[in-house]
Design a protein around this ligand. Structure first.
Ligand code: 6PG
Length: 249
């Protein structure tokens, strides 16, 4: 599995670069097809990317061909400060011209066990297919300090290997119910971009990407796009322990 690591001086420069990647891919796709899908993660890290997209790229892409999905969602109402959808709505959707029908949020306000079934149906109906599975053109992933990805936390790797498209998960310390995509769906993405910033991620980044990494030790280690290319966009703070042995592509 090939990991392509790119280290940026700051989180802002990283986010600006990733925003350009996204917009360029939308533009390129727009010449050939009328549908482009992006799966978003939540948490704090992507906030700067969403703000850049909403504030500086609102006119840079034909958002009418873009469909947004989520890698995971907290089981809270859309207006809750914890909602991943709510964060993206305020930073992006309220600032771009995009049909509401292109926003495929996970309904955190619904019963989790019912919503996983509904969302799986929506994924099957709307997202394109590759390898017989729903496919996203780009999936944006964050990573927790404990190496979790989406809402798949260490010890719950069975959720990554689930046969379902999405499952109910639980935050290990808060007990908050989550809905998370499974690994087969994440890995089916055409392009996967991890976005990892901040000094608090330096240890886990080194454990996963450093020389001594024992692959497959964390949920995030299990992410490997079927194309074999997973891009790791990391700022200098998060890369602090990687040393210069890691080649930034
Ligand atoms: C979520 C995210 C989750 C996130 C990591 C990193 O719903 O919380 O999808 O996977 O990417 O927890 O979160 P931070 O960016 O806040 O460190």
């Amino acid at each position: 599995m090939e990991r392509r690591i790119k280290i940026f001086p700051t989180a802002f420069i990283l986010a600006e670069s990733l925003a350009n990647v996204i917009v360029n891919k939308i533009t390129t796709a727009g010449r050939k097809k009328s549908f482009f899908s992006i799966a978003l993660s939540g948490g704090k890290t992507p906030g700067i990317l969403f703000s850049i997209l909403g504030d500086h790229f609102s006119a840079a892409a034909d958002w009418r061909l873009v469909h947004f999905f989520w890698v995971d969602e907290r089981c809270v109402p859309p207006g809750d400060h914890d909602s991943n959808y709510g964060m993206a709505k305020a930073a992006i959707f309220d600032k771009i011209s995009i049909p509401d029908s292109n926003i495929h949020r996970i309904r955190g306000e619904e019963d989790p066990n019912t919503e996983v079934l509904r969302y799986a149906r929506e994924l099957n109906k709307i997202a394109g297919k590759k390898n017989g599975l729903p496919v996203f053109d780009i999936t944006i992933l964050g990573m927790g300090e404990d190496g979790h990805v989406a809402s798949i936390f260490p010890g719950n790797e069975f959720l990554f290997f689930s046969d379902e498209l999405c499952s109910v998960a639980e935050h290990p310390s808060s007990g908050q119910k989550r809905i998370t995509l499974s690994g087969k769906l994440i890995n089916n993405s055409r392009d996967i971009y991890f976005m990892v910033t901040g000094k608090n991620k330096a240890t886990i980044v080194n454990e996963i990407l450093g020389e001594e990494s024992t692959v497959k030790r964390y949920p995030s280690s299990l992410v490997a796009g079927n194309a074999g290319k997973t891009y790791w966009y990391i700022d200098m703070e998060a890369a602090a322990l990687l040393g210069n042995k890691i080649q930034s592509y």
